[in-house]
Design a binder for this molecule. Structure first.
Ligand code: COA
Length: 292
């Protein structure tokens, strides 16, 4: 990067002109790389001061060419496709305060930059997908013997009790997980405030009034839906119930018109990865965290 081009740092949301330039830059980056450089939350942070994100901006001749956003824990960044290999990416990474940097799509350029800066891959999140005949096959569902299913909207026990069991199963299934584990009822209720959330899309597998597992789905659109969170209660693991629990949600989504279903899974979660592969899912995207 030309040494006269300083990085500007701002602790607040971007002003309107910069925000428009940032959104344009992100669109051009997505068009070239085939993946969004900033996740939803970081795009929101460009406009919402309440999220408290810090932004780092590189301009050349008044035009925005590089942008990094940090939430204090992680950083995400993008350099305009026409302004790459001039040191802008390196300068942004040097300037940002966090150790962790997301590389959505883990493009060749991101891998090369990380290698040059001797950054280590510390987390890899995969997007897997299924569609077509494979989806038709995987969406075959019938209740395992002795089990029944419902959604949160028509659970066989009172709503508050069903939510308690859901929470417990969630925390048992994700005690190791950085974002999904250790929830309390307030966190669950906050999640239910998401604009896309519906009680009908939280599916439960019951043995009598005991919750064996839950399968929470997210509808991005009628066509595109997501296995959002699937978890088995500790007492019901090791009984082959993972497969029907996944199929329960796939069946529900297919009935709602899903043509393509995606899910996010940690690359090192070998049992989950193998189970989804066996059902016919394949890897569509890789999202990597590099550590400075
Ligand atoms: C990854 C990205 C940020 C790199 O930005 P950039 O401004 O082109 O990177 P820099 O010019 O600072 O590159 C510094 C060094 O990294 C390496 N590098 C970067 N891109 C490379 C590529 N496409 N091929 C080979 N080496 C590359 C080189 O060693 C380069 O030094 P050099 O040009 O003197 O050889 C940019 O491609 C981008 O915005 N990608 C999409 C978003 C993304 O992946 N963000 C996460 C980054 S971890």
């Amino acid at each position: 990067m030309n040494s006269t081009e300083a990085i500007k740092q701002t602790h607040i949301a971007l002003d309107r002109d910069l925000r428009e330039q940032a959104l344009l830059l992100l669109r051009e980056v997505s068009a070239v790389d085939g993946v969004d450089a900033l996740s939803e939350q970081f795009v929101r942070g460009l406009a919402e001061p309440g999220l408290g994100h810090t932004h780092f901006i590189v301009t050349i001749g008044g035009k925005l060419v590089g942008l990094a956003a940090s939430d204090g824990a992680t950083t995400e960044l993008a350099v305009h496709p026409a302004q790459r290999r001039q040191g802008v990416g390196k300068a942004l990474i040097d300037a940002t305060p966090t150790e962790s940097v997301w590389a959505h799509g883990n493009t060749d350029a991101a891998q090369a930059l990380a290698a040059t800066l001797r950054m280590k891959k510390t987390r890899e999140l995969l997007v897997m997908e299924i569609s077509g005949a494979a989806l038709g096959e995987a969406a075959n569902y019938s209740d395992p013997a002795g089990f029944s299913h419902s959604s949160l909207a028509n659970a066989p026990i009172a709503r508050a009790a069903a939510e308690e069991k859901w929470l417990q199963a969630n925390n048992e299934a994700f005690d190791w997980h950085p974002e999904q584990g250790g929830w309390d009822i307030h966190r669950l209720h906050r999640a239910q405030k998401a604009q896309w959330y519906r009680d009908e899309d939280v599916l439960f597998l019951w043995q009598g009034e005991e919750l064996a597992g839950f399968h929470w789905v997210k509808q991005h659109s009628a066509d595109l839906q997501e296995i959002y969170v699937v978890g088995l209660a500790a007492a019901f693991r090791g009984q082959g119930l993972g497969d029907p629990l996944v199929r329960l949600g796939l069946h529900h989504m297919k009935n709602q018109g899903a043509q393509r279903i995606i899910l996010y899974v940690e690359a090192d979660n070998a049992p989950a990865f193998a189970a989804y592969e066996k059902l016919g899912f394949s890897v569509a995207e890789r999202h990597v965290v590099y550590e400075k």
